[in-house]
Ligand binder design. Sequence first.
Ligand SMILES: Cc1cc2nc3c(=O)[nH]c(=O)nc-3n(C[C@H](O)[C@H](O)[C@H](O)COP(=O)(O)OP(=O)(O)OC[C@H]3O[C@@H](n4cnc5c(N)ncnc54)[C@H](O)[C@@H]3O)c2cc1C
Length: 403
Amino acid sequence: MTTQHRNLRTGQPIWLGKAAPSVKFDALMDDITIDIAIVGAGISGALMAESLTEAGYSVAVLDRRKPVMGSTPASTALLQFEIDTPLHHLAKQIGLNDAERAWKRSKLAVDALRERTRDLGIACEMKDRDSLYIAGDLLDEKGLQREFLSRQRAGFETRYLSHDDLQSRFGIDRGAALMSFDNIEANPRKLALGYLNVAINRGARIYAPVEVATVEPRSRDVLATTKEGRKIRCKYFISATGYELPEHVPKKGHEIISTWALTTVPQREKLWPERCLIWEASDPYLYMRTTQDGRIIVGGEDEEFEDEEKRDAKLTSKTNAILKKLKKMFPRITAEADYAWTGSFGSSTTGLPFIGAIPGMDRCYAVLGYGGNGITFSMVASQLVRGLITGTGDPDENIFAFR
Ligand SMILES: Cc1cc2nc3c(=O)[nH]c(=O)nc-3n(C[C@H](O)[C@H](O)[C@H](O)COP(=O)(O)OP(=O)(O)OC[C@H]3O[C@@H](n4cnc5c(N)ncnc54)[C@H](O)[C@@H]3O)c2cc1C
């Protein structure tokens, strides 16, 4: 399976400047036979490996980079159940029933991620945070009212904040906002390494750097071959290769775009009350969160091109543009960047990922966890693919299936 080669990120993401647990990995020196081969040792592969080792399978995770060195350490890690596409917009695209189910599944995934991470004792700076979705050019005050009613109808606890509520409670001078509850912020690198270590403790092996070059479903198993010619025989094969898309997976409705993010200097005393996750109902949107050491992580300014040189060349100008927008929203803060980075980013027409069996390839699965909810969708993927492999199935299989 040839996957695309990308320069996934450039600059210095905050998580790579901080200490993180180590993870054991080896070179692949011999052919192996295993129940499940997972390609990709980012957050998607890590959650999948943990879930499948818990189900009793022997698992090998293979990556052409060192573990957790793809997109995952570039993530700003606002772990939200609110899908990028507003519920009432998604309902127009895929029908009300499926849209509500996708949103509910996303909520369940965030809850499951919180509970499982706590249960497994993974230290990853995880903190529960409410979120503010602020009126912008995609949804103005009236649009937010419509979204509020759609969410309420579907059973989501949501509060509509008027301009005055927003101003007095959070010091934000914008038309209105929706407040949602019980989202999460975390350190995505520690999160992924933590899940990989749980899988390793149950017997999983990580092989890196190993490039998986071909995959061939056969009558009783799947044969994958590395660039160096090593053979991996497995019962099931899972591609969790992030934004380096595999050749044999349908890609209609997907595109790779460019995004920028930064972290300010620490300024605990100047942060907004309650330290909610904040994002705008705009396209592209500005979004922000805080860190344990009192910094602000802020990102956005997305552009619809995938040219990496062009993306990297804009790092300074985009950093300045994001800082300016941040200062406009919170005039008191110190708008100075300590870390700034840029990366490729997946986007789909619905905001939903594609997860499931690869058409025409028996016992082969893929996870394309797109967009601003990438990590939430990695969690959905680990649950859904486990259900398909173990035979219990998944009630939302059709919503996320490759077509
Ligand atoms: C700047 C930025 C901000 C983001 N913010 C958020 C956010 O706030 N919230 C959120 O939920 N999501 C966010 N995301 C999205 C989220 O980070 C991604 O969806 C997630 O990290 C993808 O994880 P992954 O494991 O699928 O991919 P990756 O971490 O990229 O891992 C895939 C791995 O597959 C390996 N690979 C590829 N092809 C092969 C091959 N042929 N052989 C061997 N190995 C291979 C790669 O080397 C890579 O290490 C953000 C992303 C970016 C870039």
